[in-house]
Write a protein that binds this ligand. Structure first.
Ligand code: MG
Length: 387
């Protein structure tokens, strides 16, 4: 019986994780759930999974939840402290880190320091402070297994191989809903257009990141830290069908890939059960029915966010944290119609070029860079000049 703490339990990954737990009650038990503002869904999850500790974002919601689940001996807390309590819950063996954004960093580090294995779905954690997070993973000798489908595919394609034989990592990208747009069509993209992802079901932030291809940029940086290969060895292929989840090319020309239908349950279950595999009741991949798969190179001029991520990775230090922070603010502003779709990359680029890069030596420093990036992006957007 593996005991789990799930951070971000009401989001898309959290909900899928709980579906797997429900299917395999003899293998998994939930001991802690941390959510944001969706306390209705959290309440239902509490009733089904009976965790010992839960956390919500605000003190008001914690109070509301306390009233609703009375009488109960469940510990309810809030804010970042609450999330840390869930991440470090004594009974938890593995923490599923599925909070969206850089907010996942502090609780994930706390979990690692407490000796928990990590199923990592939050890519911003590695983007913001990848070198520090991976150093802590090594120090504590915990396992960190990626949940992101691309990284799960690479993890599987590297298994049993020698790292010195690797020539490059190839991340696939659906290309998002605008992969066939002409340059003049990008300016008028609305939030509703950008939220309509063709293959994957996911939350708003990641849907917009997928549409700008910043999602792939974040994943390139994530791959750099997870697998410890430099950015020059990580390439991106557009693959609209999302069947080949990613590939590893070796120096003898061999390429290993992991394929499957686009369903996050497969990589989530793999992270929970590694090195075993669970029997999941999903449709089989039928390549004959699909007939063909297509691949192309990304257009970095039409999707400048991907280039910005490569630039941030090359600069290193605090730059990726700043880029990620500016992206989070820009995506939020786009969803609130304060910023155009093309404005997202412009804000990020401006904030990055204003930043004085520093070597990254502490988590506090990463958090300060994150705050600075947020503040600068917010100011630029509020000024509203030519974005
Ligand atoms: Mg992904």
């Amino acid at each position: 019986m593996k005991k789990l703490a799930i951070l971000g339990s009401t989001g898309s990954i959290g909900v899928s994780t709980l579906e797997i737990v429900k299917e395999f009650p003899s293998r998994y038990q939930v001991v802690a759930l941390a959510a944001g503002k969706n306390i209705d869904l959290l309440q239902q999850q509490i009733e089904v999974f009976k965790p010992q500790i839960v956390a919500v974002q605000t003190a008001e919601d914690a109070e509301k939840l306390q009233q609703r689940i009375k009488p109960s001996n469940i510990e309810i807390s809030c804010g970042i402290e609450g999330m840390i309590r869930c991440a470090t819950a004594v009974a938890a063996e593995m923490v599923v880190a599925a909070v969206v954004g850089a907010a996942g960093l502090v609780p994930t580090i706390a979990a690692i320091k407490a000796g928990k294995d990590i199923a990592l779905a939050n890519k911003e954690t590695l983007v913001t402070a990848g070198s520090l997070v991976m150093a802590e993973v090594a120090r504590q000798k915990v396992k960190l297994i990626p949940v992101d489908s691309e990284h799960s595919a690479i993890y599987q394609s590297l298994a049993g191989q020698r790292r010195e034989d690797v020539r490059r990592l190839l991340l696939t990208a659906s290309g998002g809903p605008f992969r066939q747009y002409r340059a003049d069509q990008f300016q008028n993209i609305s939030p509703a257009d950008a939220l309509a992802h063709p293959n994957w079901e996911m939350g708003k932030k990641i849907s917009i990141d997928s549409a700008t291809m910043m999602n792939k940029g974040l994943e390139v940086i994530e791959a750099r830290w997870l697998f410890d290969f430099p950015g020059e060895m990580i390439d991106v292929h557009i693959h609209p069908e999302s069947i080949v989840h990613s590939l590893v090319e070796y120096r003898d020309g061999a390429v290993l890939a992991q394929l499957g239908i686009p369903d996050m349950k497969t990589p989530i279950a793999y992270a929970l059960s590694w090195p075993e595999r669970l029997s999941l009741d999903l449709p089989h991949l039928d390549l004959c029915k699909l007939g063909q798969l297509s691949f192309s190179s990304p257009d970095l001029e039409l999707f400048p966010c991907l280039q910005l991520a490569y630039d941030a990775l090359a600069s290193g230090g605090t730059v990726p944290a700043v880029m990620n922070a500016a992206n989070e603010i820009s995506v939020e502003a786009f969803l609130n119609r304060q910023l155009s779709f093309t404005g997202i990359a412009k804000v990020i680029g401006k904030v990055m070029s204003k930043h004085q890069q520093e070597e990254l030596t502490t988590v506090d420093q990463a958090l300060r860079a994150d705050l600075w990036g947020r503040h600068e992006a917010r100011e630029l957007i509020d000024r509203g000049e030519k974005l």
